[in-house]
Ligand binder design. Structure first.
Ligand code: PLP
Length: 389
């Protein structure tokens, strides 16, 4: 079966992914199964998407009920799951309004358009520059690629959207100078960089950026596509840093496994987009939103405290273990610098029934927020063994 699906995938599906030689057919919670019935502990959650694991009962019921009632309306009509989710997002964050889309890239596109319009109206059309960070990742569309501060993603697709500048991570003077030397609309950051290598920005740097934005009336955008939705121990990762962004973009875990992006606007930005300034046919889809309401309503203080506890256990087990050079990240977004090649560690884990991911040269863990402690213990044993030299 494996060789058959591999051949068919290779023939008919665009070859944009270097897939692992593994076909997943079902799962429950943090356990997934391949076509031969082999069981794996899932420490990847489909890249931070299945926030409460596979086929989570409450999410599943919310989605199934909504699918059996009304699966799509278009945005020409009012629809309750979308409103309920927007209200819940605002009440839990203090943000004021939400635009819904279908992916992280789209959530960032909306953030970028909004920041540019704000700056255009407030300061003039030459204030179009958006500062992002080196090693950032913001998506695959032509504009969000431009926002992504990694040349490797750019090189075959030039020219990209103009007006992006890349600041050095954790260099306060550098970003101050960049703001002084350019006409800047926004600064966009991931508080914990994901694809760039699971690295938390330092607190001083984040505070400095927030201060610059406040003082210069520059829009602060937090890309919470990966690090948000409870992953880093707070509902949104920026909350760990005590800042108040003007725009928050998110996706991945919010939908719990269905495509959903959200762009949250604060006081400054809530009225920037008006009728026909932006839109999305599928954005705010009732099925996706009903599932997301079930996810978001359960990311409460108790769950977040548990995320922190699970995180502390994993960090303490891995730090100073044989073959592990360093452990980075926050909450259940964890990067492991290994002495062995990360790809070899990942393969050995897979052979031994544990699925982990990669970010740059690191092994990356993004388990479900509710992964049972005994599965973490089992998986960490396998992982430590795989890292050992
Ligand atoms: C995954 C990711 C994106 C892109 O999300 P898509 O849903 O793949 O478009 C953007 N920003 C960050 C930080 C991400 O991790």
């Amino acid at each position: 079966m494996m060789s058959n699906i591999k051949a068919l995938d290779n023939e008919y599906v665009a070859n944009t992914y270097a897939r692992f030689p593994l076909q997943l057919v079902k799962g429950k919670g943090s356990l997934v199964y391949d076509e031969n019935g082999k069981e794996y502990i899932d420490l990847g959650s489909g890249i931070a998407v299945t926030a409460f694991g596979i086929a989570d009962g409450k999410w599943q019921k919310a989605v199934a009920d909504q699918a059996a009632t009304l699966q799509h309306t278009s945005n020409l009509y009012y629809s309750s799951p979308c409103v309920e989710l927007a209200q819940m997002l605002c009440e839990k964050t203090g943000m004021k309004k939400v635009f819904f889309s279908n992916s992280g890239a789209e959530a960032n596109e909306c953030a970028i358009k909004t920041a540019r319009k704000y700056a255009f109206e407030k300061k003039g059309g030459e204030y179009y520059n958006i500062i992002t960070l080196k090693n950032s990742f913001h998506g695959r569309t032509v504009t969000t690629l431009a926002a992504t501060g990694q040349d490797v993603f750019h090189k075959d697709f030039l020219p990209l959207t103009e007006g992006f500048l890349y600041a050095d991570v954790n260099d306060c003077d550098g970003i101050r100078k960049m703001v002084a030397d350019n006409k800047v609309a926004a600064i966009m950051i991931e508080c914990v960089q994901g694809e760039g290598g699971v690295a938390a920005l330092n607190a001083e740097f984040v505070k400095t950026i927030a201060e610059i934005c406040e003082k210069e009336d520059i829009i602060l955008i937090c890309d919470e596509v990966q690090c948000g939705n409870g992953r880093c121990g707070e509902l949104y990762c920026y909350m760990n840093f005590g800042i108040s962004p003007d725009i928050v973009s998110t996706a991945k875990g919010l939908g719990g496994g269905l495509p959903l992006g959200a762009t949250l606007f604060g006081e400054k930005t809530k009225a920037v987009l008006g009728a026909s300034d932006h839109g999305s046919t599928f954005g705010g889809n009732p099925v996706c939103c009903a599932g997301a309401v079930s996810i978001l309503s359960r990311i409460d203080d108790e769950l977040l405290a548990d995320v922190k506890k699970k995180s502390a256990y994993i960090f303490s087990e891995l730090q100073n273990a044989s073959g592990i050079k360093s452990v980075s990240g926050m909450g259940l977004m964890i990067g492991i610098e290994t002495e062995k090649n990360a790809a070899d560690v990942i393969k050995e884990c897979m052979d031994n029934g544990v699925l982990v991911l990669k970010a740059k040269t690191k092994v990356r863990l993004l388990p479900a927020l509710n992964i049972p402690d005994e599965l973490i213990e089992k998986a960490v044993k396998v992982l430590k063994k795989a890292c050992e030299v």
